[in-house]
Design a binder for this molecule. Structure first.
Ligand code: FEO
Length: 404
């Protein structure tokens, strides 16, 4: 049984949060051993209540429990759907069955996407960009923010409270102990959780993040609280998370951070790459190392989270069946889809009888903006690199630093 919590985040505005430790692969793709939360919000007013977003279908019974604790079914006037993805709308049909007079407010495109939600389709009232709804003393403004993360996505701005309900945007993975960023959370941890979410889920649409942030700024939206659909709420430093979001959208590098990525079948590539990482560290740089080996396989979601803000990439792999080692090929494809940027690339590769890997690594990554600054390709089957290889690695690092 999943646990959920209800927190009054400001007067009569409640967070309804459930922690999902069942899903291991978000969107059946991204590894999340840290789990994820689904955050819905209930606003009570003198003229009825508004539910904003919902939970994944797995937790529909708990969501109805939480609603029953707060309101009577007839009191629910509106259900706002900021985003149709089923991690937020899997519970919608059941919520509408429970609340027989609730009207759904959503982006006009949502109508086309409602086929599997017949009740929602019948009760849908599309809202235009900038449209407002007044209820009690509250004013809800709907701001269309396409591709954060689907084309029909919007945010809900509670103007009188200066609370921005942002759904996927500003959300993160993990099940934090606290509710807000200023409660018992380590900054490094929560920024990483946001970074991992942004790159994996929204990474392909990063240019739209910049457009959305500019739009919010142009509209004078300066929130006191940002309340997303996943993870922590931002109260201590909403401006800071907005600025961090912009930096991720632009793939701004952290000084000295080098993503070192290798695949090694029998230890040769691993040995070369670790020598290189060691030399980089000696020179004051900060290599973050991930290796695919016969005993360990890192999470691609974590690799992407560290690709987006690296200054440079080191990619090392063997040739495999006249091509590039398959897991590396896939990982590079995902880097190009989600974290492509104009950054420097260092390539290490090995082969037994015909070198292909280095060419393929360069070809894939150069096609999405990376610039190769050094290549070392060795005929090698043994992990015993020896003194000669070590010297070549040192020379390579010196060359890299000259170019940096
Ligand atoms: Fe959290 Fe795009 O759904």
């Amino acid at each position: 049984m999943a646990t959920y919590r209800i927190e009054e985040i400001t007067d009569d505005l409640f967070l309804l949060r459930v922690g999902d430790r069942i899903t291991r692969y978000f969107e059946a793709l991204w590894e999340i051993p840290e789990g994820v939360t689904y955050n819905a919000y209930l606003l009570k007013t003198s003229e009825g209540s508004v539910l904003i977003d919902g939970w994944k279908s797995t937790f529909v019974t708990q969501l109805i429990d939480a609603l029953e604790y707060l309101v009577e079914p007839d009191e629910l006037r509106y259900v706002v759907v900021n985003h149709m993805e089923p991690d937020h709308t899997g519970s919608l049909e059941e919520v509408l069955r429970w609340a027989p007079s609730a009207i759904v407010l959503a982006h006009p495109m949502t109508k086309r996407m409602m086929d599997s939600y017949p009740r929602a389709f019948e009760r849908l009232r599309p809202v235009k960009d900038g449209e407002t709804i007044e209820i009690g003393d509250e004013k809800l403004v709907f701001i269309h923010t396409p591709w954060l993360h689907w084309p029909e996505t919007m945010m809900t701005w509670l103007e009188n409270r200066r609370v921005l309900l942002s759904c996927d945007a500003f959300g993160g993975f993990g099940i934090p102990e606290g509710v807000f960023d200023d409660e018992c959370a380590k900054e490094g941890d929560f920024l990483r959780s946001v970074r991992k979410y942004v790159v994996t889920v929204i990474g392909n649409y990063r240019s739209w993040i910049v457009k959305a942030l500019d739009k919010l700024e142009a509209k004078g939206i300066d929130p006191e609280i940002i309340a997303p659909g996943h993870g922590l709420l931002w109260r201590g430093s909403p401006k800071k998370i907005i600025e961090y979001y912009r930096s991720l959208a632009e793939a701004r590098p952290v000084k000295g951070k080098i993503l070192v990525l290798y695949a090694s079948m029998y230890g040769t590539v691993e040995s070369m790459t670790r020598m290189l990482a060691c030399e980089l560290r000696k020179k004051g740089l900060k290599p973050i190392v991930y290796g695919f080996t016969d005993t360990f396989r890192p999470n691609i979601s974590d690799i992407l989270a560290d690709a987006i803000d690296a200054e440079a990439l080191v990619v090392s792999a063997p040739t495999y069946e006249a091509g590039l080692f398959p897991l590396m090929k896939y990982t590079i494809e995902e880097i190009c889809e989600k974290a492509a940027a104009s950054k420097r690339l260092i390539v290490l590769a090995t082969y037994g009888w015909g070198g292909i890997a280095a060419k393929r690594i360069r070809g894939q990554l150069e096609s999405c903006g990376f610039e190769t600054i050094a290549v070392l390709e060795e005929r090698a089957l043994s992990p015993a690199g020896g003194i000669l290889l070590q010297e070549r690695i040192r020379e390579l690092v010196d060359e890299i630093l000259k170019i940096s």
